[in-house]
Design a protein around this ligand. Structure first.
Ligand code: HEM
Length: 414
């Protein structure tokens, strides 16, 4: 039976660096309990798999943590046929050859334009000069939304994300988040109304169209669009910055990947495993359940910790080592066998619907960066600082490279 370690999820030491607590959890074969918020935190790979794949573990907490910000239900709150139908619409808007080609063009254009501005300087902060604008511009364009007010959208998104990803909020934070949510909804509502019934490609006309299986009201559509904007923009810049952190930290690996781009896909998979941008996935148990031999009563709140599960030594050999051959090696000599998948995108019914899009986005953008940033390195003395324990990412990811002194080989954003 699992041991239970009591802890304080708000402890600044845990929030600054959760990895020592993950290691303690694994060494003690435990789950964590935060008595102040009366919730269990699961970090064994097996426990997280069980919780995310079982219907007994519901997404009920989102009614409090997400719905008030979106104005209506998010996709993960839906169940059964309704969830299947709406999830299918989101999937169809992000898959298929013509969508993939359109999205690839958007990703390449946004990446090139933002990069062009930095190439002459010979330095670029992948989070603050590039990533935040990049992840929002790609998301808005992929959804067929205008980009002229993307800076406002980034500010509203930040306020909404604070609400969704905080276990405790001050009253000032709550009021700010509510104001951001209201502004965001007011901005999106007329845009959704305009796209309703239009023959344009993209998610919004699909969600509105009864013949396509949508038929959602404007507030329902706005909520789902807000949901997708938040889900897509929040982790993307973090994953990209982590990828470059791992590559630049090991110059021989960087050279190998630069010279053999087939290695990018395993490098991205390993980045997502060892540096998962989504660190908490909330659930509530709707019937008594047993996890790791521990009996949990109906109504219990649980947080799955993909970042901990992805470092479970009973599944991942040398879990703290960044190893791009891991998946290949696991197929040949598995510790965890077929179960040794990482949970950066979750698993089960609510597994990330944008996973394939994200992987394409990361690979395309990383290829463009590797093509143009020569002599890539971090500034002397740089130490990675991370923030967030619900979603987690680098505070900054400064890169230095050989500056272009002639014509910059990338065009402006049109
Ligand atoms: C590196 C990038 C990303 C990461 C790490 C990530 C991670 C996750 C995780 C862990 C979940 C599972 C949540 C749960 O089980 O409750 C999830 C769900 C979801 N993600 Fe992503 N995500 C990423 C990118 C995206 C993108 C680009 C989209 C845009 C389409 C997206 C849309 C969604 C939606 C709508 C859900 C809810 C799915 C459902 O309930 O059926 N995500 N994501």
């Amino acid at each position: 039976m699992r041991n239970i370690i009591e802890f304080d999820a708000m402890d600044p030491a845990f929030q600054r660096d959760p990895i020592p607590m993950f290691e303690r959890l694994h060494a003690a074969d435990a789950m964590l309990l935060d008595p102040a918020i009366d919730a269990y935190f699961l970090g064994r790979h097996e426990d997280v798999a069980q919780a995310l794949r079982s219907d007994v573990f519901t997404t009920a907490p989102l009614a409090e943590s997400a719905q008030p910000m979106m104005g209506d239900r998010v996709l993960a709150q839906m169940e059964g046929q309704e969830h299947k139908a709406k999830r299918g619409l989101v999937l169809s808007a992000f898959s298929g050859r013509s969508n993939r080609e359109r999205h690839a063009q958007i990703i390449a254009r946004v990446t090139s334009a933002l990069l062009a501005e930095s190439l002459r300087r010979g330095r670029l902060d992948l989070i603050n000069d590039f990533g935040k604008a990049y992840s929002m511009l790609v998301t808005l364009e992929a959804l067929g939304l205008p980009t002229d007010r993307y800076l406002d959208v980034i500010a509203w998104h930040s306020g909404v994300a604070t609400f969704v990803t905080s276990l405790r909020l001050t009253e000032a934070q709550r009021l700010h988040s509510v104001a951001c949510s209201q502004a965001f909804i007011a901005y999106l509502t007329p845009l959704v109304e305009d796209l309703r019934g239009s023959s344009r490609d993209g998610l919004i006309p699909l969600l509105c169209n009864p013949a396509a299986g949508g038929g959602m009201t404007t507030p329902e559509t706005v909520a789902l669009v807000l949901n997708v904007v938040l889900a897509a923009a929040e982790p993307s810049d973090k994953a990209l910055a982590y990828l470059f952190h791992h590559l630049v930290s090991c110059p021989t690996l960087l050279d190998r990947v630069r010279n053999d781009r087939h290695l990018l896909a395993p490098a991205i998979a390993e980045t997502l495993r060892i540096s998962s941008p989504v660190q908490l996935i909330p659930r509530q148990i709707n019937d008594d359940a047993t996890v790791g031999g521990v009996r949990l009563a109906a109504g219990t709140r649980v947080f799955c910790m993909p970042g901990a599960a992805n470092r479970d030594p009973s599944v991942f050999r040398d879990p703290t080592t960044f190893d791009i051959n891991r998946r290949k090696a696991a197929q040949q000599a598995p510790i965890g066998g077929a179960a040794s998948m990482h949970f950066a995108f979750g698993t089960g019914t609510h597994m990330c619907v944008g996973a394939a899009f994200s992987l394409m986005q990361l690979e395309l953008t990383a290829n463009i960066l590797l093509d143009h940033l020569r002599d890539l390195r971090t500034p002397p003395g740089f130490m990675l600082e991370e923030e967030g324990f619900y979603t987690r990412g680098p505070v900054a990811m400064p890169l230095e490279f050989a500056p272009y002194d002639g014509a910059v080989p990338l065009g402006p954003r049109t």
